[in-house]
Design a protein around this ligand. Structure first.
Ligand SMILES: *[C@@H]1O[C@H](CO)[C@@H](O)[C@H](O)[C@H]1NC(C)=O
Ligand SMILES: *[C@@H]1O[C@H](CO)[C@@H](O)[C@H](O)[C@H]1NC(C)=O
Length: 491
């Protein structure tokens, strides 16, 4: 008994001193990150990704890894767009300034896993557990992600859960799904994408369709996803071909990683349909808005600016939360906005509308260079031949928009302020976004936005020209000349 007490007492005296040391170091541990946030960044422990909420103040730059930059700083354009062009992780690392100066604070890169020979885009996987060597070594990928994190740029990798590479029905080459039983049987019926069963069970472009009803397949896919996110410290994932995989799979994936932002691709303009997927994957590409905005500003399919209000109202009515959606004007699956349409000024209006809206904005590489490629693969141009010019009209324009975007609080709603067939004006907080589709070379009579978020006497600045005005009883004066958009902020 006594011995035990003695034994207890001595160490406890010793512990008093230790407590001081422990206390001081834990206080320091708490203080250092706040006092020296930049210093702390490389040591920060990454949890499994970042949540939907955390992603809301990000602006995502979409990169096709094979097309952005080469390790050797090639300057000739790639002409054979159906093959590998030579872009690498090293190339991206060397041009992070270009991405950062554009105001981007996240990137989405191509799928990283080993692919069938020739599949430069990365969507035809052969081995889920090895990397595509065309894009560089594993060290290069890790370095890219580390360098991005040092700049507070988040990294999103594209993951494919629906299909694997077409290897002429020889599944032994697909790792780990190396048996025919892991796939849906080939469908006899013709393409019938409006039929959900067909959509989920049949092959897309003859790519073997994984059978998620097999619990081994589902578990393996989900384990793989958590492994890859953890191993490479990914901040979020882009999820390919969502409507081609049954809903129960997305539900299980979400349950395993409730705090990882997933940007799903449901290539569809039906709001209620996308709302269905949002139940288990709140981030979805904002296709409903994309189709409308493209038609409105390119003046096609009879749509007018009124349709912008309609689609936003329809999202609200359907309970589709736009704040976690990814909004875009261009991507690798669609002809670029400027394809067959050379009005950069109309494009600027569409960009202003899209980049400042409540969703998470995406910019597809090359938009800042005015790329105008057509359908896949023409919309997958090499960027290096632009010499990463940061002085183009669109590069500078997008940079101004991303600066404004970062001043808008996430909670600020989109409030429609004025519209006609050709004009759409909205505010978020005290930012007034004035867009028109009249196009370059055209002007409109001066108009006044009486329903605005300001008080009489407030001083406003147009972020593109630095022109100022004082708000009067008549409202905010907007003169669209040469079709240019205006964005007014309070000064
Ligand atoms: C939908 O597609 C599946 C698979 O091809 C087929 O079996 C089913 O008959 C189709 N349903 C309808 C209503 O056409
Ligand atoms: C507007 O003012 C900013 C900051 O002073 C300046 O950098 C920018 O060049 C000006 N823009 C124009 C179009 O004058």
């Amino acid at each position: 008994m006594w011995k035990l007490r003695e034994g207890l007492q001595k160490p406890s005296e010793f512990t008093m001193a230790q407590i001081d040391v422990t206390m001081i170091s834990s206080i320091l541990l708490f203080i250092i990150p706040y006092v020296f946030p930049k210093l702390w960044l490389p040591f920060k422990q990454y949890r499994l990704g970042h949540s939907d909420e955390e992603w809301k103040d990000r602006i995502i730059y979409q990169i096709l890894t094979d097309r952005f930059a080469t390790s050797e700083e090639t300057s000739e354009p790639c002409t054979l767009l159906k093959q590998y062009c030579g872009g690498t992780y090293r190339g991206i690392i060397n041009h992070l300034d270009y991405i950062e100066n554009l105001g981007m604070n996240a990137i989405w890169i191509s799928p990283i896993v080993q692919n069938k020979e020739g599949s430069y885009h990365g969507y035809h996987a052969t081995n889920f557990y090895t990397l595509n060597p065309h894009f560089g070594s594993e060290e290069d990928l890790v370095e890219l992600i580390t360098e991005c994190h040092k700049r507070d740029i988040w990294v999103m990798v594209d993951l494919v859960f629906n299909h694997v590479a077409d290897m002429d029905e020889d599944f032994s080459h697909i790792i780990p799904f190396n048996k025919e039983e892991y796939y849906h049987p080939i469908c006899e019926s013709k393409d019938d994408w409006g039929n959900q069963t067909f959509c989920e069970d049949c092959r897309l472009s003859n790519l073997p369709d994984l059978k998620q009803e097999d619990s081994w397949v589902t578990n393996e896919l989900i384990n793989w996803a958590t492994w890859i996110i953890e191993k490479y410290k990914l901040d979020g994932i882009r999820v390919d071909t969502v409507k081609h995989v049954p809903m129960f799979f997305w539900k299980e994936l979400r349950q395993r990683m409730p705090n990882v932002y997933m940007l799903g691709e449901v290539f569809d303009d039906r709001i209620a349909y996308i709302r269905g997927y949002q139940e288990h994957m709140s981030g979805q590409l904002h296709y409903p808005l994309y189709f409308v905005v493209k038609d409105v500003f390119k003046k096609q399919n009879g749509r007018t600016c009124h349709d912008i209000e309609t689609v936003i109202n329809n999202c609200k009515e359907a309970g589709l939360d736009e704040t976690t959606l990814g909004g875009f004007l261009d991507n690798h699956d669609n002809a670029r906005f400027l394809h067959g349409f050379d009005d950069i000024i109309a494009y600027k209006n569409a960009l202003a509308l899209t980049l400042l809206h409540v969703h998470i904005p995406l910019v597809y590489y090359g938009a800042e260079q005015g790329f105008n490629g057509g359908d896949d693969p023409l919309n997958r141009e090499s960027l290096w031949n632009t010499k990463f010019n940061q002085n183009t009209e669109l590069y500078k324009f997008i940079r101004i928009l991303t600066d404004v975007r970062k001043t808008i609080a996430i909670k600020e709603e989109h409030i429609q302020r004025y519209k006609t067939d050709d004009v759409y004006i909205y505010s978020r907080g005290t930012v007034l976004v004035c867009t028109t589709r009249i196009g370059g070379g055209n002007s409109l009579d001066t108009l006044f936005v009486a329903y605005n978020p300001y008080k009489k006497g407030d001083k406003l600045k147009n972020v593109f020209t630095n022109e100022t005005q004082v708000v009067t009883d008549a409202g905010v004066k907007v003169t669209f000349s040469d079709g240019q958009p205006q964005v007014w902020v309070k000064v």
